[in-house]
Ligand binder design. Structure first.
Ligand SMILES: *[C@@H]1O[C@H](CO)[C@@H](O)[C@H](O)[C@H]1NC(C)=O
Ligand SMILES: *[C@@H]1O[C@H](CO)[C@@H](O)[C@H](O)[C@H]1NC(C)=O
Ligand SMILES: *[C@@H]1O[C@H](CO)[C@@H](O)[C@H](O)[C@H]1NC(C)=O
Ligand SMILES: *[C@@H]1O[C@H](CO)[C@@H](O)[C@H](O)[C@H]1NC(C)=O
Length: 752
């Protein structure tokens, strides 16, 4: 062992490290031998690692471990005492080392573009002692590049624009392709560009990829180019890899074209009936530029001595619209017009074109024309069916002899009239009534017998004239009263009359009384001359008792020719008018009280007195016979038991239980059940102070008294028990053991 150590200390290390550079460098061993002078008097050579240059070419198929290089130390005595060990990137997995020989092999195919070099460490140890023979050393296995990657275009897709007519050499765009191969290893990554399609319009700079205009282009010929550019590595030498890309180049418009009329002359026509603003025709000039560069403005260049036409530009369709400026008339004026129209580029007026337009005025077949713009006709309402109303006339402006046909356009009123189709005379076909409709507005049409398509219309207003066919009528009247104490000549009421006929203010209606009534009249009628008349008293006072109602006949006549009249009867009621002596209170119960005065009050008073006397009598009778009842051991009970009972609300029809009342009662004539129930309920309401039925209550009592009096042999046992009963509407249900339905009650009833 000590021997070995001595040896190792004497070792001088010789490191042969070779940094491997691509092919250009000849793969020589670089032996760097460091000599070191010892402090002693003899020279010692420092020995160490012996490296072969280590590299592996990428993309090589590795089927069995492939030798890469050998590691040696000059202290290796080839006696297998040294053990070589490998550490670092891929040690054991990608690279293995023979522990005896120090030979390094690669196990896998490598890719430089993935990992360009592997850093490893190696150590030599004494196999038996494990003591390092050499210090650990680092070395690199370089992966050698091959041209296995083609160039790739970046920033795709390429779309570029260039103005048309751009000069040769104008910059268009630039394409760039990159190559993943080692840029330091030969030309593997050196890309050159060329155009495969797109010449001669475009050229490309071989190294930079800048595309330039190769020759001038015209957008109007072709507005888009698809230039195919190829990128090749290896500066295009044999073995180079290549790729292509498409560059879309749009040629932009330049306003370099003038508008053009497709024709030099145009012919148009305008009908003589045309009015100002009518469209004569449209023109369209073409500009092969696009967008704003193709905008056209039209104008009339040469108007001549007439100013008949206008031209405007339709900004949407780019059309020139020629319109009529004045009326033209075939019969009287020029029949042909020539105008010069100019179409110019809106944004570049020096680019323009002109055209000549011939406009002919043509005669048209015009519809018939009515001699009047509208017709007014009048007809009395009592006109017989078939009466002549009026006539309309129309003429054909083109040919005065043309036969015209007339007709009435169907409408609401058209059914009442007909028109003679040949001469335009209007007749009635139904009877008219002004009081229903006094205007009959119809439309009459006129057509040429030969060309019925040309129709003219005219409005015919037919007024129905009034005939006095309605008598005046009194307007509806309220109740009219006269006070009993009225003095003679007092106003009782003012009546008004109306007539459905057309009112004639100059001739008011007249109001009269029939002659037989005007003698000894109780009331008189004064005609006010304005279609009203006042009723006046004609006697001193009226007596309700003697004659409560008066009937007054009035004859109302209009003063038409012939005059029509109507006869009406006015009822006047006598009223006592109270202390105020006015009729305001009349009719509001006053009339009723008038009746009451006359004895009814006395009758009622007598009736009440009778009841009181009866009550007194009963009282006295019970006082007289108290023993008679107690002898029988029975109690006289005539009680009304009252409980506070909330009732069941509207649903509660059984809030009152009449069982108690029925319990001990003896057979006797009774009123029907329903009446009793009603009475008792009224009573019950009364007991709560709710009901006003005093009379019924009294009646009930008196009935009971009467029964008791007339049937002395039977014990008068009258129970009236009101049990607290919450009714059917209660949520808690019935607490009462006595729950009677209608059916139960009826059963009990039938038993009696
Ligand atoms: C229509 O009434 C007028 C005036 O009331 C009268 O003169 C005429 O005879 C009447 N005509 C007919 C057809 O009844
Ligand atoms: C129109 O013709 C009808 C029937 O032929 C005739 O009764 C009427 O008088 C004529 N009207 C005119 C205005 O000629
Ligand atoms: C008919 O015409 C007259 C006159 O123009 C007008 O006063 C009236 O209101 C019109 N009647 C109807 C129903 O259109
Ligand atoms: C006027 O009234 C009295 C009764 O008050 C009656 O007898 C007489 O017929 C009345 N006169 C007329 C014209 O109604």
């Amino acid at each position: 062992m000590s021997n070995m150590r001595n040896i190792s200390t004497r070792l001088s290390i010789l490191v042969n490290l070779s940094i491997l550079w691509p092919c250009i460098l000849s793969l020589n061993f670089m032996n760097i031998r460091t000599q070191e002078m010892n402090k002693g008097n003899h020279i010692r050579v420092k020995r160490g690692w012996v490296w072969e240059p280590l590299y592996v070419t990428e993309e090589q198929e590795v089927k069995k471990p492939m030798y890469v290089g050998q590691l040696k130390t000059d202290s290796d005595g080839h006696d297998d005492s040294i053990k070589y060990v490998l550490f670092g990137d891929g040690a054991g997995s990608i690279f293995v080392m023979n522990e005896y020989s120090g030979k390094i092999s690669v196990l896998k195919k490598l890719d430089r573009e993935e990992k360009p070099f592997y850093t490893l460490r190696a150590q030599a140890r004494n196999r038996y002692t494990g003591v390092p023979v050499e210090t650990e050393s680092e070395f690199v296995i370089k992966v050698l590049d091959i041209n296995d990657n083609e160039p790739k275009f970046i920033n795709e897709p390429y779309i570029a624009e260039v103005l048309e007519m751009s000069p040769e050499g104008t910059y268009v765009t630039q394409v760039i392709a990159t190559d993943k191969d080692d840029p330091t290893n030969g030309n593997n990554a050196r890309v050159v560009y060329s155009i495969l399609q797109g010449q001669p319009q475009f050229s490309i700079e071989i190294k930079s990829g800048i595309i330039r205009v190769g020759s001038q282009m015209d957008r109007e010929t072709k507005d888009q180019y698809q230039v195919i550019v190829q990128a090749k590595d290896m500066i295009g030498e044999p073995g180079a890899l290549s790729t292509t890309t498409t560059v879309i180049i749009n040629v932009l418009d330049v306003n370099d074209n003038a508008p053009k009329f497709p024709q030099k002359t145009y012919e148009m026509s305008i009908i003589e009936s045309g009015i100002a603003g009518d469209i004569v025709g449209t023109l369209l000039a073409y500009d092969i530029d696009i967008g704003k560069n193709a905008e056209i403005t039209y104008s009339i260049e040469e108007r001549g001595d007439y100013n008949m036409f206008n031209i405007s530009t339709d900004s949407l369709t780019q059309e020139g619209i020629i319109t009529l400026n004045k009326l033209v008339d075939f019969e009287s004026r020029n029949r042909r017009y020539n105008i010069q129209v100019r179409a110019e580029n809106t944004n570049k007026p020096e680019l323009f074109d002109t055209a000549t337009i011939r406009i002919y005025v043509v005669d048209v077949d015009e519809p018939p024309v009515f001699l009047e713009r509208q017709y007014f006709m009048e007809i009395p309402e009592n006109a017989t069916v078939g009466s002549y109303v009026g006539s309309v006339t129309a003429k054909d402006p083109d040919n005065t002899n043309a036969i015209i046909r007339y007709d009435i356009l169907h409408s609401k009123f058209s059914g009442l009239f007909e028109i003679e189709p040949n001469n335009g005379s209007v007749f009635t076909i139904k009877s008219l009534d002004r009081e229903v409709d006094y205007w009959h507005n119809i439309t009459v049409t006129a057509t040429e017998a030969k060309f019925p398509a040309l129709v003219s219309h005219v409005a015919v207003f037919i007024r129905v004239m009034d005939v006095n066919d309605n008598a005046p009528q009194l307007q509806s009247l309220p109740d009219i009263y006269v006070c009993e104490k009225a003095r003679i000549g007092q106003t009782v009421y003012t009546v008004t009359a109306a007539d459905k006929d057309e009112p004639k203010p100059s001739q008011p209606f007249s109001f009269t009384q029939p002659p037989e009534e005007s003698i000894n009249a109780n009331f008189t009628i004064a005609d006010n001359g304005d279609n009203t008349a006042t009723i006046l008293t004609a006697q001193e006072g009226y007596s309700f008792q003697d004659n409560p109602l008066f009937y007054l006949t009035v004859i109302i006549s209009d003063n038409g020719t012939p005059a029509l009249s109507s006869t009406s009867t006015i009822t006047i009621k006598v009223c006592d008018c109270g202390i105020d002596n006015n009729t305001q209170s009349c009719g509001k119960g006053g009339y009723f009280f008038t009746f009451m005065n006359s004895g009814v009050v006395i009758a009622i008073a007598v009736f009440i007195l009778l009841i009181l006397v009866l009550a007194l009598l009963v009282h006295v009778r019970f006082r007289k016979n108290p023993n008679m009842i107690s002898e029988k051991g029975e109690d006289l009970k005539e009680n009304i038991v009252k409980y506070d009972d909330e009732g069941g609300g509207e649903e509660d029809t059984e809030a009152f239980d009449i069982t108690g009342l029925r319990h001990h009662t003896v057979m006797r004539e009774r009123k029907p059940k329903r009446t009793i129930r009603t009475d008792i309920q009224s009573m019950y309401r009364l007991s709560l102070g709710l009901g006003p039925d005093v009379a019924i209550f009294k009646e009930f009592l008196s009935e009971k008294l009467e029964e008791a009096n007339t049937d002395a042999t039977v014990l008068p046992l009258d129970y009236l028990h009101c049990y607290a009963f919450e009714g059917t509407g209660s949520l808690s249900g019935s607490l009462s053991s006595l729950s009677f339905t209608e059916a139960n009650v009826s059963e009990i009833d039938s038993y009696y």
